[in-house]
Design a protein around this ligand. Structure first.
Ligand code: URA
Length: 264
């Protein structure tokens, strides 16, 4: 990777995001998740969104469809979005994990760590002003702190996520509010503050942050190594189809698939 993402056009950032999508499709960093998943649920929505949501991990429906928040919790999320005049297509929705933990068990620390880089790259390329963390896992990860959602919900703060300063806004996970009316009420109240947060000036970006390489991580398999070879350099990624290496071709195929799925 070279250059500063903030100097890329929205179109270049979108193309670079599709490269990250392609890398994630072949990811085998978590052996158990790679062996048991049906799909890699990269995230979906507007690749240039001001508002991003980060949930926990895909469940069974998400794993089937390859899209985040398509079950009951997703329907509630959509309803709450509608109440503030937004649609799914206005925002970008992702998770701390891109693969479903078997039996919907909790994400394990090593899995969250393995997957963190994808989420950070998504944030760096989408460049949201506000990130809503849904529940404990996303909140703890993006705040890098063990304080729980019950104490933090509804309290925005400027934080650096990857190399990007954002307004972080922890709220309860919609799944927790599905069957608990009081929690739904709190979630709804916290949601209602989103338009006000989105209207604030964008957080100032620090100039001093180091630019890490995405693909330094040791690969564990042929698939992972093919993905690792795919550059996410924004200038080189104007079209995935222009890649010539074997890994690049796999990445280009997956990037083309991203378009067909209408993920962005
Ligand atoms: N719960 C989550 O945290 N993420 C999903 O994608 C679906 C349900």
């Amino acid at each position: 990777m070279s250059g500063e993402d903030s100097q890329l056009s929205a179109g270049q950032r979108r193309e670079a995001l599709k490269e990250v999508y392609a890398q994630a499709q072949a990811c085998e960093r978590c052996a158990e998740l790679a062996a048991t998943r049906k799909t890699v649920v990269f995230g979906a929505g507007n690749a240039d969104a001001d508002l991003m949501f980060v949930g926990e991990a895909p469940g069974a429906s998400e794993d089937e469809q390859g899209l985040p928040f398509v079950g009951a919790a997703g329907k509630l999320l959509e309803k709450l979005l509608g109440e503030i005049g937004l649609m799914r297509a206005d925002v970008f929705i992702a998770n701390t994990l891109k693969c479903r933990p078997p039996g919907n068990r909790d994400p394990q620390p090593i899995e969250i760590e393995n997957c963190r880089e994808y989420l950070y790259r998504q944030v760096e390329l989408i460049q949201p002003r506000v990130i809503c963390t849904l529940g404990n896992f996303a909140t703890k990860l993006l705040r890098d702190d063990p304080t729980g959602i019950t104490r933090l919900h509804g309290q925005p703060e400027v934080r650096e996520v990857g190399r990007r300063a954002v307004r972080l806004y922890p709220i309860f996970h919609p799944a927790a509010a599905l069957y608990t009316p009081r929690m739904l009420q709190t979630l709804r109240e916290d949601f209602q503050r989103l338009p006000e947060l989105l209207a604030l000036p964008a957080p100032e970006q620090s100039q001093s942050l180091e630019i890490p390489e995405f693909d330094e991580e040791p690969s564990q398999s042929a698939g992972a190594s093919a993905a690792g070879n795919a550059s996410v350099d924004g200038a080189a990624a104007s079209t995935g189809a222009s890649r010539t290496s074997a890994g690049g071709e796999a990445a280009a195929d997956a990037a083309a698939e991203a378009d067909q799925l209408g993920l962005f």
